[in-house]
Every structure is written in structure tokens, then in C-alpha cells.
Design a protein around this ligand. Structure first.
Ligand code: AMP
Length: 386
């Protein structure tokens, strides 16, 4: 009997546990929250990640550890890795925790990135604005997610406000050129313990208020772009000695790709793989960390994932569609909180668009579904992934 330990007990841990059940796996999540949603059906060790006694108990109860949350302190991940197998390796986690380190890695690997500069002082910010140009986006290097810890600068006079907004030097920062991207894309990929690499077809994403709103997969991209996105992901994974699933987030701008960041874990833009691919990102992550053979990452058709943020709509809108799959994370509603998602799957884009139309109608023209629909129409409806 193998027990997988997961640091973090949110919806990603919950979906990992769901994917692990048919593999006969047991799980233990460690999370400081009393209402961690994975703990509704997975045993939980309720403790802070820095609590060494709790980490020791966690290590004694699991065979391998992984993450649902990438901002676990590097020292805790390292401490665990000295006692039990931990994947991804803490050194890979450390790079992904720091936007400057990851951008530098991308650049060193020959992967194009937006212009960027390190900012530690107010003077650095002025110099960075001069070198990167405006508009630009100032971000905290650590602990930012879902658009948090970011400030957009449009004119020189925004420097003061931006500096005040992001902690006036309390945090290490990075200034990036604001990319006038055409689309946001992501690659969800997996690397096994023996170095085998597989990736799902490129996914197209769009965000509302910095939070992922919807994903379409496979994205309508030419084979050259598809290949260059997958090559970039493979180079990053190899350089980091990565094991498990990760996401590489990309901007498509004038037909070229710029790398934004990596998420060292299963990712929201890969949720469509549960019903839309031969093997889900969750199952392949578990296979990778356990040293099992990887499953096929081929898409089984076309899929659209809609994120429910803040509160859930009426599930019947999705459940009444023959293409609809409903995921309620069992979380209390709260503004800005990811509480669930739905995935619609269809053999072609025309049927996917039809399914989205009926769901949109049932949801009373939700802006989000309307957005996904417009995007689907924009991409040739009958386009088939190669
Ligand atoms: P991040 O936390 O870096 O993933 O940023 C959240 C979202 O902000 C991204 O998905 C983009 O929509 C937007 N964003 C982040 N960085 C940039 C950039 N350099 N240029 C344009 N938009 C950006």
C-alpha cells in the first residue's frame, strides 16, 4: 500500500486523490487550514509547513511527497527531501518560486521572454522603467498568484504609486514589459523519474481580473508554434531535473511565443485533461512521482474548461448537457476564490460550440461562457487538431 503525501490540501490535492484512487493509492495532506477541501475525503495533518515536528510525522506516514501549493518554504521541502523522496525536487521548486530566477533560466535556455529587470530599490525601479520601457508590469518576485502582487505602470508618474503599492521595497520585485499579446497559451507537461517527457496539446487560456476564466484545448495553433512551445517546456524540465507535471505559461505575440512563468504542479489550465485527454494531468503526475509508466497525453476530442470563481452557478446548466462534466470543490463561496469548474467535451469544435451555447443559455448568458463561445467562433469552428 503506497501513501502519497501532499503539501497543501486544496482542490489540486483533492483532484490528485480522486485520480489516485483507481491506482490503489492512499493519501495524506498537510495543510494549516481547518477547512482544506481535500480533507473532506483525505486524511489531513493540520499544521504549518514550517512546523518541524509535524513535518517529521508527515515524513513517517508517507512513501513519497509532492505539492498542491508551490509556495511551501524551500527549507521545509529540503528538510523533507533529506528523509523521503520529494517530487518535484526542491531545487526546481526554488526556481519556480522566484520570477527573476525563472525568467533568467528561460533566457539562458534560449527561450524568449518579455524585457525584464530586477528591482530592489526605488532607484532600480526608475532605471528599470528606462530600460524596459512603458507600459510595464511590476510584480513581486515571490508569492504572487492569480494576478496578486502586480501593478501596471502606464506613465512615468505611476512609479510612485507602483512603488508604494508593492511594499515600498519590503519585497524583491521584477519589472516586465507589458506584452500586447494576441493570446495566452500554456503547455501542460510531465517528466518521469527516468527523464521521459510528454506534453498535452497546447491549451488556450483567458483571464478575468488576473484569474483564469476559461481554457480551450487543443488550442488552434500551427505545428511550428506547437512544437516550439513543447520544445521550450522540455528544455525547462530537463534543466530543472523536473519530475511530475508542470505548466509553462506563454504569451503569443505576432506569431511568436514569450515565456511568462512555470507553475511547478498540476495546473488549472490542465483541468480539461480529466475528461478531455487519454490520461489526466493528475494521474500522470502521480505516475511520474511514483516511477510508474506515463499514460498517453493525447486529447480525446475538443474541450472547454470554465472556472467558477467566487460562487458556483446552478449545476443543472452543465449537468443537463450530454457534454458537461461538473466539479464542485466543496469550498465555501468567497470573492475571488476558485470554487469549482466545468468541462465540456465534444468530438469537434462545432459540437463543442453548440454545447457551450446551450450551457450559456441555461446560465442566462453568463459573460464567461459568452467569452468562451466568442473565442471558439473566432477560431475556425470546424478546425481539427492535427
Ligand atoms: P502571472 O501571475 O504572471 O501569471 O500573471 C497573471 C496574468 O497577468 C497573466 O495571465 C496575464 O494575463 C497578465 N500578465 C502577466 N504578466 C504580463 C506581461 N508581462 N504582459 C502582459 N500581461 C501580463
Amino acid at each position: 500500500m503506497t501513501t502519497v503525501g501532499i503539501l497543501g490540501g486544496g482542490q489540486l490535492a483533492r483532484m490528485l486523490a480522486l485520480a489516485g484512487a483507481p491506482l490503489g493509492l492512499r493519501f495524506l495532506v498537510m495543510d494549516s487550514l481547518a477547512d482544506a477541501c481535500a480533507a473532506q475525503f483525505v486524511p489531513q495533518l493540520q499544521a504549518d509547513y514550517r512546523d518541524q515536528e509535524a513535518l517529521a510525522e508527515f515524513a513517517s506516514r508517507v512513501d513519497v511527497a509532492t505539492f498542491d501549493f508551490e509556495n511551501v518554504p524551500a527549507s521545509s521541502a529540503q528538510w523533507l527531501a533529506e528523509r523521503i523522496p520529494v517530487f518535484p525536487v526542491p531545487s526546481a521548486l526554488a526556481v519556480a518560486q522566484d520570477r527573476l530566477a525563472e525568467k533568467t533560466l528561460f533566457r539562458d535556455l534560449g527561450i524568449a521572454v518579455p524585457a525584464y529587470a530586477r528591482v530592489d530599490t526605488r532607484e532600480d525601479l526608475e532605471q528599470a522603467v528606462a530600460s524596459v520601457g512603458l507600459p510595464a508590469i511590476l510584480k513581486t518576485r515571490r508569492l504572487g498568484y492569480d494576478g496578486k502582487g502586480q501593478f501596471r505602470l502606464r506613465r512615468q508618474s505611476d512609479i510612485d504609486t507602483a512603488w508604494q503599492a508593492l511594499g515600498a521595497g519590503a519585497a524583491a520585485l521584477i519589472l516586465e514589459a507589458l506584452v500586447p499579446f494576441d493570446r495566452e497559451l500554456s503547455v501542460i507537461a510531465v517528466r518521469a523519474r527516468d527523464g521521459e517527457f510528454r506534453a498535452w496539446p497546447v491549451t488556450e487560456n483567458w483571464h478575468a481580473d488576473g484569474i483564469l476564466a476559461a481554457s480551450l484545448a487543443p488550442a488552434k495553433v500551427g505545428s511550428t508554434l506547437q512544437q516550439s512551445a513543447l520544445d521550450a517546456a522540455q528544455r525547462v524540465a530537463q534543466a530543472l531535473g523536473y519530475v511530475g507535471v508542470f505548466a509553462l505559461e506563454l504569451f503569443e505575440c505576432d506569431g511568436a511565443l514569450l515565456a511568462n512563468e512555470i507553475a511547478p504542479r498540476v495546473h488549472n489550465s490542465g483541468h480539461w485533461t480529466i475528461e478531455g485527454a487519454r490520461t489526466s494531468q493528475f494521474e500522470n503526475h502521480l505516475r511520474a512521482v511514483l516511477g510508474l509508466p506515463l499514460g498517453s497525453t493525447a486529447a480525446s476530442g475538443h474541450a472547454c474548461m470554465l472556472n467558477w470563481v467566487g460562487e458556483l452557478p446552478d449545476p443543472r446548466a452543465v449537468l443537463s448537457s450530454p457534454c458537461g462534466h461538473w466539479h464542485d470543490y466543496g469550498k465555501a463561496p468567497r470573492a475571488g476564490r476558485k470554487v469549482g469548474h466545468a468541462t465540456l467535451t465534444a468530438p469537434d469544435r462545432k459540437q463543442l460550440a453548440d454545447a457551450l451555447s446551450s450551457v450559456a443559455e441555461a446560465l442566462q448568458r453568463s459573460a464567461q461562457v459568452a467569452g468562451a463561445l466568442a473565442r471558439l467562433r473566432e477560431s475556425a469552428l470546424t478546425w481539427e487538431a492535427p
